[in-house]
Design a protein around this ligand. Structure first.
Ligand SMILES: C[S@@+](CC[C@H](N)C(=O)[O-])C[C@H]1O[C@@H](n2cnc3c(N)ncnc32)[C@H](O)[C@@H]1O
Length: 246
């Protein structure tokens, strides 16, 4: 994949990431990767004032969400199936920037994230490496949150992973102007495009998960499948459709 690479110095870590994700430099690309304060960031070359995208598990936003955690207010707790000392293993088959996967791991679940887009995967890997070294969260993050860079459809068809829960959060369908995501998320959408295989992903997931499949949707979108949704949890902007395994 081609992207504009703006690195002041090519350190070892970055060279490894570039090789790993087969990212090549392209002068004419509208998106660029740079290293800022030791973090890999994706920025919009057509609008440099736009906030770049990076993965930071130690961000203030995450700190606030974890610090103010209350069972009844945390939707991911409510949909996860966590009970007393039962912490399901979670496979996040559409990892993206790892926000939801991080919360599941904070709640105590062992989580495997799968991401197929090489640039998103590079951002995620970079965020994970920094998270693992963090003094406050590093010790539990290392044991609970891991990344596989691949297509989930391929990974789920070889049933080596048998998670209790499979979590799906594919890119949202377009609806009307009101539902346009924030500017940085529109930019993310430009990078990923539409996920046309989400329905198939749900079908495959239902054959593999032991306990439940959770599908995160925007409030206005139809369910991913015509099959009966077994349980629904709604928030202001989202709907979590929960399916039983086949
Ligand atoms: C909306 S984002 C997920 C956001 C994520 N839940 C978070 O909290 O940051 C969807 C992501 O799923 C990834 N994706 C979609 N289909 C996939 C598949 N079959 N295999 C792996 N990744 C997939 C896309 O590349 C994209 O990065």
């Amino acid at each position: 994949m081609k992207i504009y690479l703006k690195f002041k110095s090519y350190n070892k870590r970055i060279c490894k990431l570039l090789q790993l994700f087969k990212l090549e430099h392209d002068q004419n690309c509208s998106m660029g990767l740079l290293i800022n304060h030791n973090s890999l960031e994706l920025y919009n070359r057509e609008n440099v004032n736009q906030k770049p995208i990076k993965v930071d598990f130690t961000s203030k936003k995450n700190h606030y969400r974890c610090h103010h955690f209350r069972r009844k207010n945390e939707v991911l707790y409510r949909v996860s199936g966590i009970k007393n000392s039962y912490f399901p293993t979670v496979l996040d088959a559409t990892a993206g920037l790892g926000n939801d996967a991080f919360i599941f791991s904070f709640l105590g679940c062992k989580v495997i994230m799968i991401e197929r887009h090489p640039i998103v995967a590079a951002l995620l890997k970079d965020g994970l490496q920094r998270g693992y070294q963090d003094k406050k969260i590093g010790h539990w993050l290392q044991t609970r949150l891991h990344l596989i860079v691949n297509d989930s459809l391929k990974m789920l068809e070889i049933p080596i992973l048998q998670p209790d829960v499979i979590y799906l959060d594919p890119m949202y369908p377009f609806y009307h102007k009101k539902s346009l995501p924030k500017k940085d998320m529109q930019f993310f959408r430009q990078l990923i495009g539409h996920n046309y295989d989400s329905k198939k992903l749900l079908e495959v997931s239902r054959k593999l998960a032991k306990n439940r499949i959770i599908v995160k949707r925007p409030y206005y979108a139809k369910p991913l499948s015509e099959d009966k949704v077994n349980h629904i949890v709604t928030t202001r902007n989202h709907r979590f459709d929960i399916y039983q395994p086949f």
